[in-house]
Design a protein around this ligand. Sequence first.
Ligand code: EPU
Length: 350
Amino acid sequence: MQASTAEPLRVERNVSLRAYNTFGLPALARTLVRITGDADVRRLLADPELGRAPKLVLGGGSNLVLTRDVAQVVLKVEVRGLRLVETRDDAWIVEAGGGEGWHDLVAWTLEQGLPGLENLALIPGTVGAAPVQNIGAYGLELAERFESLDAVDLVTGRSVTLDAAACRFGYRDSVFKHTGFGGLAGKSLITRVRLKLPRPWQPVLGYLDLERKRHETGVEAPDARTIFDWVCAIRRAKLPDPATLGNAGSFFKNPVVTAEQCRDIIGRDPHVVHYVLPDGRCKLAAGWLIDACGWKGKSIGRAGVYDKQALVLVNRGGASGAEVVTLARAIQESVYGRFGIRLEPEPVVV
Ligand code: EPU
């Protein structure tokens, strides 16, 4: 019999997830398996004990609220690799392993002289998680730089490649968040993502905070590195660093309402921050709505509302997931009570 050269599966028991979620919430994974490539998933599926067990895919844990120990088998994605795979006339195509840090990828592309992701600097989380919620910031969404991704089916073990259409990207949304017909939530693990960086490079400016930087610095035509530095500075000034204050970024999506609802809300409060979308509907700034209800800086138990940005909930030290959920519900109730709007959370609650 030929000896197998395959590495054994890396299975760990009763692993604390506190360091694996940016909120810093306490929870144990009963079973955690580190996935470094497609073959690990197939080995896991072939395992008589773990193969059929329910599974939870964990990236950087930056969009996660853990309210209890996790009974599912936690698959911690640790697929590595950053490379330029193609240079086309219209774009550079770069590929990154799902386990790479998103910000590390952005910094690496700039070091390689491959601009295009600079507006998405400093977003916490991994490359593999980025398409799940179609990360976006400062006028750019992942979908606008997306080429394709590789994923492994968690039932069959088959590897597939999906293009942008198959990913069904929307605002903080994709096929990977949907459980209904055709949805892929919980059904696949993203191993590699390819990004398309358009040539020639064009800056994405126009977002208010970036325009303010342009005005302050007098730099009319910033290069990609300058935009990267501006985005990092803006984020550091108004978003808490998860390494020092646990959080999951924006806790709620900015709600989209009909033009009629928007007029009604402006009638009640003319200062409401809103953006008119191309289809006539309006996106409201959830942070403004929460702020207007007086939540900024408030706490319930050890979970709080960040004092510089009301859309971000924080762990003031030793919070439980239940406290975060209680705070989130209280905020939803007061925003609904005052504005008639139901805020939808961004993170996944487990
Ligand atoms: N605002 C307030 N009070 C607050 C917070 C915000 O009045 O406490 C007002 C601001 O003054 C501004 C408006 O609300 O006029 C929007 O605020 P900001 O520009 O900070 O953006 P945001 O809507 O709060 C969104 C994304 C962020 C992304 C920024 C920049 C969502 C849910 N959030 O935040 O993404 O970094 O724009 O593009 O779309 C994330 O998703 O985790 C995230 C951080």
